[in-house]
Design a protein around this ligand. Structure first.
Ligand code: MSP
Length: 471
């Protein structure tokens, strides 16, 4: 990874429905990385992109059900995304929409280049299509004709004449790049999965649709629209072309997503870039997928949780904390919402919140010479980030909080005279400021509040950072 710039992306989310906490999880993690790297490289050297995937049959169908023209429908749902990212304090530098005419133009130019290079040909496709995944499957990849990822969806057989990209021609090059870490697929077990799958053999993929109206027309055959996944993947590249001063950020440093869409990001994306002679991204990271109380989260199960609900209950930083620590980053997990309250009380209200109150109270009326200044990140935190383990970084911060709590209990400074207190308190302040600095990427508002409290000339007990919830 380049030491001087950092370009991080989230998937661009489908606008067939409003955002849920699955989308929020990936976006919060990306925000944590972006904030961490901004501290290290400076704001101008970090580019954090998120956005929305707005074309294709799935969105077209939802617009139809809502009785709106597709563009009006997407304009409406996009507002929910923009609003919820703002609410969650997501610091994306740009927000890309695939219906942005500037993006559409880049996509058309990219595909025309591929066509001119002979990488695209016309053929007939016959296969089983899942509208939720927006992709074809072979019979073997289904569960007796039902989608593995969407068990309620019976796949429909579709046959049409469309254009194909010669994906198969790139399998060897991709394998070599993967095996020599030309780009990294992380965590390592995911890389092995991808290698295994490529070795089983891959087929060329169709890159256009004759039957879908809601999409970008193919530049050389306007009767077809560009397959929504090709259009979507290209957002990572088009963003560097359409937003001012972003060209220097290509190649992307880190594409973040869950494992459900890794195949597109770890193979198809790179093959498209190779075919057009464009540098490959550095890292593709697929984190795990979480269920809610053991169930897949979806609109049809009625368990898709709106991040706004969580913010209403636990506040912005409370929500960020609870989602970030809900399960181990990189693995699959289950979230039990009933445990959130207990965790909020234990780690936030009683944990960091209580510690800050006690410490600030202790500092009231004490003269402190040479107040320590807060520093950058602890070495431990840096190490966790370099290993892509943000959840371990949080665990480290909470073990620091616990240690400081225990030291306060055993030192019992409230039994000392003011003069004696003045000697040991600077060390506590240094430690709480270090905790606050480490917290900055994760809980930005809380971190700032703590730094403010302990940087005052006269420290006084603040309002509680996190109000305790009745059980
Ligand atoms: N539009 C495509 C992505 C195109 S990117 C070029 C898409 N969109 S999506 O709205 O379905 O978002 C999928 C992504 O949302 C996952 O890869 C993951 O980042 C996030 N998640 C959605 N549900 C999630 C969980 N239950 N658990 C973890 N991540 C979740 O696919």
């Amino acid at each position: 990874m380049s030491k001087s710039k950092f370009y991080i992306t989230t998937p661009i989310y489908y606008v067939n429905d409003k955002p849920h906490i699955g989308h929020a999880y990936t976006t919060i993690i990306a925000d944590v990385f972006a904030r961490f790297w901004r501290e290290k490289f400076g704001d101008e050297n970090v580019f954090f992109l998120t956005g929305t995937d707005e074309h294709g049959s799935k969105v077209e169908k939802s617009a139809d059900e809502a009785g709106l023209p597709p563009k009006d429908f997407t304009d409406k749902v996009v507002k929910d995304y923009v609003e919820v990212w703002k609410l969650l304090n997501i610091s994306n530098d740009e927000f890309i929409r695939t219906t942005d005419p500037r993006h559409e133009k880049v996509v058309q130019i990219f595909l025309q280049d591929l066509y001119d290079k002979g990488q695209i040909y016309k053929g007939t496709y016959k296969g089983l299509y899942c509208i939720e995944c927006e992709r074809f499957y072979t019979k073997d990849e289904t569960n007796s004709g039902y989608c593995v990822l969407h068990p309620k969806i019976k796949l429909t057989e579709q046959e049409e004449e469309n254009y194909f990209f010669k994906l198969r021609d790139f399998s060897q090059k991709i394998l070599q790049a993967l095996e020599r870490d030309g780009y990294l697929v992380l965590p390592p077990e995911r890389k092995n999965e991808i290698i295994g799958k490529i070795k089983q053999g891959i087929n060329n993929i169709s890159i256009s649709r004759a039957a879908v109206q809601w999409g970008i027309p193919l530049p050389w055959d306007k009767s077809q629209t560009i397959y929504v996944w090709i259009d979507a993947l290209l957002n990572y590249y088009s963003a560097t072309k359409i937003f001012p001063d972003r060209e220097k950020f290509w190649p992307a440093s880190l594409h973040l997503m869950a494992k459900d869409i890794l195949w597109f990001h770890a193979l198809i994306w790179e093959a498209l870039l190779l075919a057009n002679g464009i540098e490959l991204p550095k890292i593709v990271y697929a984190h795990g997928f979480f269920t809610i109380d053991g169930q897949k989260m979806s609109k049809s199960f009625g368990n898709a949780i709106d991040p706004k609900e969580l913010v209403g209950e636990y506040g912005v930083d409370g929500t960020r904390y609870l989602l970030l620590t809900a399960f181990s980053f990189g693995s699959d997990g289950d979230i039990s919402l009933s445990k959130f309250k207990e965790k909020y009380n234990a780690d936030l209200a009683n944990g960091i919140g209580n510690l800050v109150s006690r410490l600030a109270k202790l500092c009231e009326n004490i003269e402190i010479q040479d107040k320590p200044r807060n520093k950058g990140f602890s070495a431990e935190i840096e190490k966790c980030f370099s290993k892509f383990k943000p959840d371990e970084a949080i665990k480290f911060i909470w073990s620091d909080i616990k240690r400081l709590d225990e030291d306060l209990a055993s030192d019992a400074p409230w039994t000392l005279t003011n003069g004696e207190k003045g000697k040991i308190i600077p060390n506590y302040i240094e430690r709480i400021l270090s905790i606050a600095s480490n917290l900055r990427p994760f809980l930005p508002e809380t971190s700032e509040k703590i730094i403010n409290i302990f940087s005052q000339k006269k420290i006084s007990k603040p309002e509680p950072l996190f109000l305790r919830k009745p059980q």
